[in-house]
Design a binder for this molecule. Structure first.
Ligand code: TXE
Length: 484
């Protein structure tokens, strides 16, 4: 308790003001590398969400709605610059809150700034078209903002995933109510502070911290929001979609994956190893697009797994602030989930080739070794379900047809990597894999410009790129009869 009394207290950000939760309740967040209390945060609920939605509606109909697109654009460019000016502070906050290695947090902050820059460039280019109806008619379309947008954000890339939806929503003229994860709310609050300090009108960006089943559910089920963007688990995505269905609100859902790397015998195995390691240890495997299944052609399985194991042995594990390769998982609950996946895989007959436990030199913190499972069969739990930790499942295939069959036979379809020196095979498979993004001879390829989203239970809708702007605008058609 003494420890808890020393930490900073964070309030809700509603209508340009910092305020306590109307219930006066708070909760604590923890540093996953030390298990110590990091911050005390306001526990918003339905009453606070109500205030935030009213503020966002008011801003939409007021100062924000009257801004010219080019002025929105200038504000977004300025936001990008301010984020970069505070990059080190934001990165450190993210590392302390989520556990991720500082260099990864820095990259995510740079990408956050880039989202604002990218959509700043688009803000004054969101226009409709003229559609010819023949003599006597003029017809055109307008792309209007959706209105008040809700952003329910997870803990794995808290600031970056928020920017991924917030920047296009603002560029298109919407206002926003943000519900960060209760595990990692600090960078969303800092971003709101930065945006307010640089001239975004009150009510345009509101942050209601709190628990998912309280603030999150209240936001998802609110009658006066116009759109919901949700990133998180499939189970919560389903709950959000049901709440949205009650009031017929559109949703974009990004729900994770079980993404494969297809490794053919003609691939450069050193490249594959480098990309496979990156694909599973980045953010401690807590990536919706983590490459968590290695599908390897039987002929090269032995040399490939030998190289992969050797690479894993080089991984440095430690607190994020020490800039290791691998930080801790985000929470004790997530540690329990990952450990449970490892137990189930072992009981189903998969073989631990490397890792599988807590690193012996780290007594505190939610650390887990990078882990490789061999002898995995495609129907095993470890081959079907998202682990969200640094755990790889290696599965063999005999030929291309079998590789595609195994790759596609999971509930998810977010990304896929193909490793081969045969360009015809690469392009053939790119069309056959059920995944929203396909990487060839690389992994996590693409940037803020490239559309991102899933097939199957990975969700629907596309974020990033110009495609994301469609989430935050609706088309109105105006048809005019010209009388003689
Ligand atoms: O996610 P939740 P959890 C996956 C990953 C992980 C699992 C569970 O497999 O192990 O989900 O993580 C808010 N109404 N991903 O339980 O619950 C919550 O407060 C409205 C994949 O932490 O989905 C948080 O802000 N909102 C992933 C957000 O939902 C609710 C990222 C995500 O939390 C709510 C994270 C409710 N009823 C986890 N309940 C990805 N796709 O990148 C919770 N929330």
């Amino acid at each position: 308790m003494d420890e808890q009394q020393k930490v900073a207290t964070h309030k809700l950000f509603i209508n340009g003001d910092w305020q306590s939760a109307s219930s006066e309740q708070t909760f604590f967040t923890h540093n996953p590398a030390t298990e110590t209390v990091l911050a005390e945060v306001a526990r918003g609920d339905m009453a606070d969400v109500e205030q935030a939605v009213v503020a966002a509606r008011h801003a939409l109909e007021g100062a924000w709605g009257r801004l010219k697109p080019k002025d929105r654009s200038r504000l977004l460019y300025a936001a990008s610059r301010v984020i970069l000016e505070h990059a080190e502070e934001l990165a450190l906050l993210e590392t302390l809150d989520s556990g991720k290695p500082l260099p990864q947090a820095r990259k995510e902050v740079v990408s956050t700034a880039r989202y604002f820059e990218y959509y700043a460039g688009a803000a004054d280019k969101i226009h409709g078209e003229q559609i010819p109806l023949g003599p006597g008619f003029v017809n055109f379309t307008i792309r209007e903002p959706m209105g008040v947008t809700a952003h329910i954000v997870p803990w794995n890339k808290p600031l970056n995933i928020l920017a991924r939806s917030l920047a296009p929503a603002l560029a298109a003229g919407n206002t926003a109510v943000i519900k960060p994860s209760e595990l990692t709310p600090l960078t969303a609050l800092k971003l709101a502070e930065l945006l307010a300090g640089m001239g975004f009108p009150a009510g345009v960006v509101n942050v209601v911290t709190g628990y998912g089943e309280e603030a999150g559910a209240a936001l998802a089920g609110h009658t006066d929001i116009d759109h919901i963007t949700f990133t998180g688990s499939a189970a919560t995505g389903r709950a959000v979609m049901k709440a949205a269905a009650e009031h017929i609100k559109p949703v974009v859902l990004e729900l994770g994956g079980k993404s494969p790397l297809l490794v053919f015998a003609d691939a450069d195995l050193d490249v594959v190893v480098r990309e496979a390691v990156k694909g599973i240890i980045t953010n401690c495997g807590q990536m919706c697009s983590a490459g968590s299944r290695i599908l390897v052609e039987t002929a090269v399985k032995a040399p490939f797994l030998e190289k992969l194991t050797a690479a894993m042995q080089q991984i440095v594990i430690g607190p994020g602030v020490d800039s290791p390769d691998l930080g801790p998982l985000v929470s004790d609950i997530q540690y329990g989930r990952v450990a449970n996946h490892i137990d189930i895989a072992t009981s189903e007959g998969a073989h631990i080739l490397y890792g599988g436990g807590r690193p012996p030199h780290l007594a505190r913190g939610y650390f887990i070794e990078p882990t490789i499972f061999d002898n995995v069969l495609p129907d095993m739990y470890i081959a079907q379900q998202e682990v969200f930790g640094p755990v790889l499942a290696a599965i063999t295939f005999q030929d291309e047809a079998e590789a595609v069959r195994i790759a596609n036979k999971v509930p998810y379809g977010l990304v896929a990597g193909i490793f081969t020196n045969n360009i015809n095979r690469a392009l053939r498979l790119a069309t056959r894999l059920q995944a929203g993004q396909v990487f060839i001879n690389d992994f996590y390829t693409g940037d803020e410009e490239t559309p991102f989203g899933g097939y199957g239970q990975s969700g629907f809708g596309r974020e990033k790129g110009l495609a994301a702007l469609h989430n935050y605008t609706q088309i109105k058609n105006v048809a005019i009869r010209v009388r003689a």
